[in-house]
Design a protein around this ligand. Structure first.
Ligand SMILES: NC(=O)c1ccc[n+]([C@@H]2O[C@H](COP(=O)([O-])OP(=O)(O)OC[C@H]3O[C@@H](n4cnc5c(N)ncnc54)[C@H](O)[C@@H]3O)[C@@H](O)[C@H]2O)c1
Length: 253
C-alpha cells in the first residue's frame, strides 16, 4: 500500500521555520521526504536549520523575509520558484503574541500581532495559492490556536487573530478545494517552546494552566509535527476547511 504519510518528491515552504514549532515541522517534513523552503526573520537560526535538513539528505533553501511587508512575500515566492520550481505545501507557522490586559493594549501592540498572525498569513496564502492554482494541487496549513477557539485573559489581539485564522481557513477552503488545494489549520494548546519558556517556568502560571489541560501537561513542539504531516499528506485527502485541535483536551471542556 502507498505510504499515506509520505511527502517524498514534495516541496514544502514553512514560515517561522527558524525555531519552535515551525522548526520542528520543517525537520519533520524533511524526514518524511520533502524538500524544504524555510522562511523567517532570524537568519542565523535559518542557517542552522539548513544544515540539519541537508543532513537528512533533503534540499533546503532558506530565505530571510520579514513577512509583515506584502511585497516581501511576492519576492519570497519568486525566489522559491526560481530555486526549487514548485511549492506543494505551505505551512504558515510564523506568529507573535503580546500579553497585556485589554485596557492596556495599544494600537501598536494590536497591529504588531494582527500584521504577522493574520495579514501576513493571508498574503502568504494568496501568493502561494496562485502557484498552487496553476499547479492544480497544493496543501495549506495555517497556524491557529486553542485561544482562537476559546478565550483566554490577556490575549485580546492574539485570540482575535487566531479565531480569524480559523474562519479564513474555512473561506479559502470554499474557494480553492475544488481546484485541488486543501486548506486546513492546526490549533495547538499550550506548547513548551523557547518563546513560552519564561511564562511556563512560572510555577503559579504553569499550575493554573495545566489544571485546564486534561492530559495534564504542556505539549512538546514535536507533538505538533504528526498532525502537520497528516494535513500535508495523502492521508488527509478528503479533509479541508478544518481546524484541527491538538490541545491535550484543553477545548473539550
Ligand atoms: N507555543 C504555544 O503554546 C503555541 C500554542 C498555539 C499556537 N502557537 C502558534 O504556533 C506558532 C509558533 O509558535 P512558537 O511557540 O514556536 O513561537 P516562536 O516564537 O518560537 O516561533 C515563531 C517564529 O516566527 C518568526 N517570525 C515572527 N515574526 C515574523 C515575521 N514578521 N516574519 C518572518 N518570521 C517571523 C520568529 O522569528 C520565530 O522564529 C505561532 O503562530 C504561535 O502563535 C503556539
Amino acid at each position: 500500500m502507498q505510504d499515506l504519510f509520505s511527502l517524498q518528491g514534495k516541496v514544502a515552504l514553512i514560515t517561522g521555520a527558524a525555531q519552535g514549532i515551525g522548526r520542528e515541522i520543517a525537520l519533520g517534513f524533511a524526514q518524511s521526504g520533502a524538500d524544504i523552503v524555510g522562511v523567517d526573520i532570524n537568519e542565523e537560526r535559518l542557517q542552522k536549520l539548513k544544515g540539519e535538513v541537508e543532513d537528512l539528505k533533503r534540499r533546503c533553501l532558506v530565505l530571510k523575509v520579514d513577512l509583515v511587508q506584502p511585497e516581501n512575500i511576492d519576492r519570497m515566492v519568486a525566489d522559491a520558484l526560481t530555486a526549487v520550481g514548485r511549492i506543494d505545501i505551505l505551512a504558515n507557522i510564523a506568529g507573535v503574541n503580546v500579553h497585556k490586559p485589554a485596557e492596556d493594549m495599544s494600537e501598536k501592540d494590536w497591529d504588531f500581532v494582527l500584521d504577522v498572525n493574520l495579514k501576513a498569513l493571508f498574503f502568504c496564502c494568496q501568493a502561494v495559492g496562485k502557484v498552487m492554482l496553476r499547479q492544480g494541487s497544493g496543501r495549506i496549513i495555517n497556524m491557529s490556536s486553542s485561544f482562537g477557539i476559546v478565550g483566554f485573559g490577556g490575549r485580546t489581539a492574539y485570540a482575535a487573530s487566531k479565531a480569524a485564522v480559523a474562519n479564513l481557513t474555512k473561506t479559502l477552503a470554499l474557494e480553492w478545494s475544488a481546484k485541488g488545494i486543501n486548506v486546513n489549520a492546526i490549533a495547538p494548546g499550550p506548547v513548551w517552546t523557547e518563546a513560552r519558556h519564561e511564562l511556563f517556568s512560572n510555577p503559579e502560571f504553569y499550575g493554573n494552566l495545566i489544571k485546564k489541560v486534561p492530559i495534564n501537561r504542556t505539549a512538546k513542539p514535536a507533538e505538533i509535527v504528526g498532525p502537520a504531516i497528516f494535513l500535508a499528506s495523502e492521508a488527509s485527502s478528503f479533509v479541508t476547511g478544518e481546524t484541527l485541535l491538538v490541545d491535550g483536551g484543553f477545548c473539550a471542556q
